[in-house]
Write a protein that binds this ligand. Structure first.
Ligand code: URP
Ligand code: ZN
Ligand code: ZN
Ligand code: ZN
Length: 502
């Protein structure tokens, strides 16, 4: 019996276990994992890869990625082609990107079509969509969200901040009711818009408009308050939510407390909040703008430590990149914030590139002893698949898609520690916020549905932009509604109490 690919001699990692050689061989056929075990001599294979002592993990799933997205300010510098090329070079095999409803869009169904056109035939890896709702009209909430679910789009993102995007609390509650009834996950960008508006106005009056003041304008307390408010709204509705890109230790504490009460609250953090501080915003020649993102980088090592602890102790369900890449030296990029030599931090497009560095940066946390390799797999591969209903992904087990990353053996003489340079990356951006950071491992092979698409020592990118497929997602598979309400009132959707979660 012949299989397509055999991966031998690695150490397979799941969120709970390590499977060691000689029981860790993986046979792959027709894009799926056929079996795992001591397989040498049992199968012929078209191709054999020796994983000799390295970890073998599920493909990375980056569930927070902005590609081909026209934002309120500027345009992201990576379209699907360059963004997903960068993804596979960093061990990511599936991305969940945002389809973006502008305030003026009265229907989101054409928005979905538009994003399908941007992605189909231009993606090196598999992809799915979340829908950003900036104008959740009654007809969208009642008629269109059920259609999105049928189309495999089972999550929405809502903003509590940014004038062009933000919703009021009542709008958020209405979306949460619908999302709960439909089995969708509501992602929330939690920052208090009015606190930020007040501080920004006064900073501008004082002439404090350099990139650094972007961080001053968005203090941790604005994230803490909005996070707690989002949790309270989710509790009122009994709706599962995911708090995106958490950067503050107090916000993380609110989340942990909610989880301890068994509320269906999930959370995400990103590598920039584990490694970078707001001092980066003080660069010469407007280079601080390279590090402008929201929430902003925070100011102390204690903040970084608290977020690493939140990964280790389970507060964070997932680690995503929030790849929101803007070219620095471009009139559609970060330089929008510099006019006639004067900086205006409010005009800088927000976000950092990081799709390729996400997995290697998290792996550094394993090497530093901050998290286990099992936790690495949990937050970067398995949980994003379970949380967002990617039913065939996130696990090296029979029947799953054969999306696999093979790492170098740690401290192997094969792998030379190196300092990252932006030229090494495969995105379309003229900088990386992680320039000169040292890496002690990197994906050696990235495999998508059995095809080797990245081989670091054998030509680099081997896949093509037509390899990726759209993945229809199912309903969420992690903590769900409990049918527990704050009093006798039960929220109704479309005039009735939903019954599909009883
Ligand atoms: O600064 C950021 N994170 N920009 C991207 C959009 C978002 O809010 O996730
Ligand atoms: Zn956001
Ligand atoms: Zn984002
Ligand atoms: Zn290359």
């Amino acid at each position: 019996f012949e299989v397509d690919l055999l991966i031998l001699n690695g150490t397979i990692v799941s969120p709970s276990d390590l499977i060691h050689a000689p029981a860790s061989d993986i046979a792959i056929k027709d894009g799926k994992i056929l079996c795992v075990g001591a397989l040498q001599g049992l199968f012929a294979a078209k191709r054999v890869i020796d994983a000799k002592g390295g970890y073998v993990t599920p493909g990375g799933i980056d569930s927070h990625v902005h590609l081909s997205q026209q934002n309120s300010i500027g345009a992201v510098g990576d379209k699907f082609e360059s963004g997903t090329r960068s993804a596979i070079a960093g061990g990511t095999t599936t991305v969940i990107c945002f389809a973006f409803q502008a305030k003026t869009d009265e229907s989101v169904l054409p928005v979905v079509e538009e994003y399908h056109k941007k992605a189909a035939g231009f993606s090196y890896c598999d992809y799915a969509f979340h829908m950003i709702l900036t104008n959740p009209t009654r007809s969208i909430v009642e008629q269109e969200l059920p259609i999105l679910v049928e189309q495999g789009i089972t999550s929405v993102k809502l903003y509590m901040t940014y004038d062009a995007l933000k919703l009021g609390d009542r709008q958020i509650l209405d979306v949460m009711i619908a999302a709960r009834a439909l089995g969708m996950t509501t992602m929330v960008h939690a920052e208090n818009a009015d606190m930020i508006a007040l501080i920004t106005e006064q900073l501008y009056e004082q002439g404090k408009t350099d990139p650094y003041y972007h961080a001053i304008s968005r203090p941790k307390i604005s994230e803490d308050e909005a996070t707690y408010r989002a949790i309270s709204m989710a509790q009122l509705i009994d709706a599962p939510i995911l708090l995106v890109h958490i950067s503050s230790a107090v916000a993380a504490k609110h989340i942990k407390d909610a989880q301890t009460k068994l509320l269906p609250i999930h959370a995400e953090t990103c590598p920039q909040y584990l490694y970078l501080l707001s001092e980066k915003l003080h660069g010469e020649n407007f280079e601080g703008a390279k590090h402008v993102c929201s929430p902003p980088l925070r100011d102390s090592m204690a903040d970084l430590d608290a977020l690493w602890d939140g990964i280790a102790n389970g507060t964070f369900t997932i680690l995503s990149s929030d790849h929101a890449p803007f070219v620095f030296d471009s009139p559609m990029g970060k330089k929008l914030g510099l006019k006639d030599g004067v900086s205006r931090f409010t005009a800088i497009p927000n976000g950092l590139p990081g799709i390729e560095t996400r997995m290697p940066l998290l792996y550094k946390g394993v090497q530093a002893g901050r998290i286990s390799i099992q936790k690495f797999v949990e937050v970067a591969c398995a949980n994003p698949a379970r949380l967002y209903g990617l039913r065939d992904k996130g696990s090296i087990a029979p029947g799953y898609d054969a999306d696999v990353v093979i790492w170098y053996k740690d401290n192997d003489t094969d792998f030379k520690l190196f300092a990252l340079k932006n030229e090494m990356l495969h995105h379309n951006i003229d900088y990386t916020p992680f320039e000169d950071m040292e890496f002690g491992n990197w994906p050696k092979y990235t495999i998508i549905r059995g095809n080797v698409v990245w081989a670091r020592d054998e030509g680099g990118i081997l896949g093509t932009k037509t390899d990726g497929q759209f993945i229809r997602r199912g309903k969420a598979g992690l903590r769900q509604p409990r049918n527990k309400f704050v009093n006798e009132w039960i929220p109704q959707y479309r005039g009735r109490v939903p019954n599909n979660h009883e």
